[in-house]
Structure formats: C-alpha cells, structure tokens
Design a protein around this ligand. Sequence first.
Ligand code: NDP
Ligand code: 8X3
Length: 251
Amino acid sequence: MGIVLITGATAGFGQACATTYAGKGYDVIITGRRKDRLDALQTQLTQEFGINVLALNFDVRKEEEVKAALGAIPEKWRNIDILVNNAGLAAGLNTIDEGSTADWDAMIDTNVKGLLYVSRMVIPWMRARTTGHIINIGSTAAKHVYAKGNVYCATKAAVDAISQGMRIDLLPYRIKVTAIHPGAAETEFSLVRFKGDEAKAKEFYKGFIPLSAQDVADVVYYCTSLPPHVCINDLVLTPLQQANAYYIDKN
Ligand code: NDP
Ligand code: 8X3
C-alpha cells in the first residue's frame, strides 16, 4: 500500500491514524516521546495487521533528535507516501497577562517548530520521488481565536499559513498538502492542557458529543484516499454541536 509517518502516535488522533492506516495495509512509522506506548503500539499493529512498523522515539521540539532519528532510518523507509504532522499540544488556558512563558515555548516549539523540523527531513524524500501527501493537523483554533486561547490559537494559525506555503512551494513536485482542522475532540488533549487535572478535562466535554480520535482518523484517511489529481486543501470538522472554535452549544 505504501508508507505513512505519523508524529505523536502514542495517543489521540495519532494513535487512531496509525491503527487506521495499518488496518488498510500501510506500513507505518510511529513517533512520540513515550517509548513504552510506542513499543506497545508497534507490537499490537504488527500482530494485528501483519504490517511493518518502525517506532521512532524522539521529541519533535529538539531539532538534533529529529535529524538523528529520521536521518538514521533505513533507505526503504524513506519512501514515505504520507506524512501526518500531528504531534502537538495546548498547554494552559490563561489570559495573555497571566500565561506561562514555559507553556508558550512548549506550544510554539512543538506545534510550529516541531512540525517544520519533521517536514524539512521528509519533504526532500518526497520531492525526489515527485509524489507524497502531507497532512498538517491544525485546529478550529487556527480559524478563530477564543478567549484565553491566545498562543495556542496563534500556533495553529501558523500551521494554517505554513500549510498554504507548503502547498505553493511543493506544487512542482506534485506533493499534496492538506490542512485538517478539527474542533473539540476527546483525547488526552485537555488532560495535557490542564496539566493532569482529570475533573477539569472531563468538564470541558460535558453537554455535547465531542469528536472521537477515530472520527478524525477517518477524515485524515479519506483525504489521502482520493484520486491522484484531487487534493482537499483545507478541511474543518467539528462535532455537530460546535459551530466554530468559540461556540459550542452545550445544551
Ligand atoms: P493527545 O494529547 O491525545 O496526543 C498528542 C500526541 O502528540 C501524543 O502522541 C504526544 O506523544 C505527541 N506529542 C506532544 N508533544 C510532543 C513532542 N514534543 N514530541 C513528540 N510528540 C509529541 O492530543 P490529540 O490527539 O487531541 O492532539 C493531536 C493534535 O491535534 C495536536 O496537534 C492538537 O493540537 C490537535 N488538535 C486537537 C484537538 C482536540 O480537541 N483534541 C482539536 C484540534 C486539533 P508523547 O507525549 O508520547 O510525546
Ligand atoms: C483544539 C480545539 O477548541 O479545544 O485544537 O482548542 S479546542
């Protein structure tokens, strides 16, 4: 079928994408910082689907780690057909005057710089083969800024802009670029945002049916299953009860 590289495959959308692509017969490269989870997923996907899995344990914020991990992959694994730039987070939910600069660094370094570091390694391999598809996971937060979302929204707006730039620059090489912008989805996202506060994380999803990680993975897969001449450039998906980043009907 091909090879798909998914960043942030130890949880949420990334894990669901890895399972979905493996189920369709793709060989998968899975990445993340939590090695125990990566190893467990590698074993599970190999046993369940009989596909090849390469697990790469690195932090997307660290350029040297990204270069070392991806630079060392065996030649045949470089034939990556699909790159899903998914690793990311929101850290904190504070007004701009009270936000933590460490949280800002984490979000900018992961959501923007990490995405760029990984892309910079993979794109030349796609360019050499004049084929490939890059999926960048943005957010409804890329489209509208919500209260206390300030820096997180800015990183996702950057993903939106980078996706547009990639699409222009990579057209000559027939590399597709799709930005997918999910709304509220129940994953570990809010647990991370609220620093492990489970009650606060659960509270956010009360009163509406959020997207699941699988809902998002199905849409990611769909975008990559279209004929070669068709590209979805930009796609926003939300739960039915969500109109945009700042309006959810929780009744
Ligand atoms: P999860 O917290 O469930 O998963 C996040 C994944 O990103 C984990 O696998 C984590 O792996 C990885 N990750 C985070 N930081 C790093 C890092 N520095 N280096 C490598 N991997 C990292 O969240 P989601 O699945 O919900 O989020 C995935 C993406 O979707 C993010 O970009 C998020 O911003 C975006 N998004 C989420 C929405 C939601 O409502 N859930 C809606 C819209 C967009 P590990 O910790 O093992 O490194
Ligand atoms: C995540 C969506 O609305 O929780 O990107 O910020 S939201």
